[in-house]
Design a protein around this ligand. Structure first.
Ligand SMILES: Nc1ncnc2c1ncn2[C@@H]1O[C@H](COP(=O)(O)OP(=O)(O)OP(=O)(O)O)[C@@H](O)[C@H]1O
Ligand SMILES: [Mg+2]
Length: 297
């Protein structure tokens, strides 16, 4: 479902001109004050006359970027495709990316695509899509969004993208075992493309011991030097490159070392990795020993 949705946004994106983006932006701004944004307000914010606004809203509606609400008054809001287009446009205008390419991964809470930079390098753009599954999060954020569901998923996705970017920015200069962060806007993060395979799909490897040792070293450096715990570490969030470097991805839920549950989160991260290596490669390492090494050794 996720992929299909981003694909629509990507197709529509190519058909938009700068004035269409001004209308989308006006709706994005107007929605802070209105349940859905009336044409008059869109006209006011964008500076376009109302008939021009109506014409462009019709185009945006056909491209499935906005939602049209009848009822007590006619108003508009952006759907997730509309938000995707705004984020893409900002990243293109900032020369972070130039074009978007093929899908490379669909996670539980994101869509990941290849993108091209103005220097013709292939990079990754991750669209965060939170809030449809996590009830706890939604409840916590409800006060910010006055119970408006459509805003809370967006806010959560934006928070997740910012958090992931902050983590990468803090870790990458210390140890390049995470993708290099390249840019961030709204619910999107742009980062280095890692040529590698998810550890979870690797059935045989020459020196699994060396890989496990490297993962533990990376977790230790990130814990000790960056004071960061991944908090969702598993074989699904570790990529192994053809040179057998290991790269840890998927950072929105990271926690600070000083978090009250830090120790439990660190322990769970380590346990996930050790359990995987035990089951898949029959390598046994003691959880407490590894934990001690990471925290103190
Ligand atoms: N920088 C990257 N380079 C190459 N592939 C990537 C990169 N980032 C993500 N991917 C691919 O996309 C998939 C999904 O990305 P990621 O793990 O970051 O999010 P997620 O899986 O949605 O999060 P969650 O684990 O909560 O479901 C990854 O498993 C990986 O295959
Ligand atoms: Mg993942």
């Amino acid at each position: 479902m996720g992929l299909e949705m981003s694909q629509k946004a990507i197709n529509a994106f190519k058909k938009l001109d700068p004035d269409d983006f001004k209308i989308l932006e006006a709706i994005e701004r107007g929605i802070r004050a209105y349940e859905h944004v009336p044409i008059k307000i869109i006209s006011l914010i964008s500076g376009f006359p109302e008939d021009e606004v109506v014409f462009r809203l019709d185009k945006l509606n056909k491209l499935e970027l906005i939602l049209r609400w009848g009822g007590s008054y006619l108003g508009f809001e952006l759907n997730s495709n509309g938000h995707d287009c705004l984020a893409l446009n900002t990243l293109v205008c900032a020369n972070v990316i130039e074009a978007i390419g093929m899908p490379i991964g669909v996670g539980k809470e994101s869509d990941v695509y290849e993108a091209l930079t103005p220097e013709s390098e292939t990079v990754v753009i991750k669209f965060h899509r939170l809030g449809r599954t996590s009830f706890r999060q939604t409840r916590r954020l409800r006060s910010y969004t006055a119970g408006r569901k459509h805003l809370s998923w967006l806010l959560e996705s934006q928070i997740a993208a910012r958090r992931e970017y902050v983590a990468l920015k803090r870790i990458y200069p210390v140890i390049s075992s995470v993708p290099e962060p390249l840019g961030q806007n709204r619910h999107c993060v742009v980062m280095e493309l890692i040529e590698g395979e998810e550890l979870s799909i690797i059935l045989e490897i020459e020196e699994p011991n060396a890989i496990l040792t490297e993962i533990i070293e990376i977790v230790k450096t990130i814990y000790r030097s960056c004071e960061i715990i991944h908090a969702d570490l598993s074989e699904f969030n570790i990529l192994v490159t053809p040179e057998y470097n290991t790269i840890i991805i998927d950072w929105p839920q990271w926690a600070n070392k000083k978090h009250p549950n830090a120790e439990a989160m660190l322990k769970r991260d380590i346990n996930n990795v050790l359990t995987f290596f035990q089951k898949r490669f029959e390598i046994y390492e003691d959880l407490i020993k590894v934990q001690n090494f990471i925290q103190r050794g």
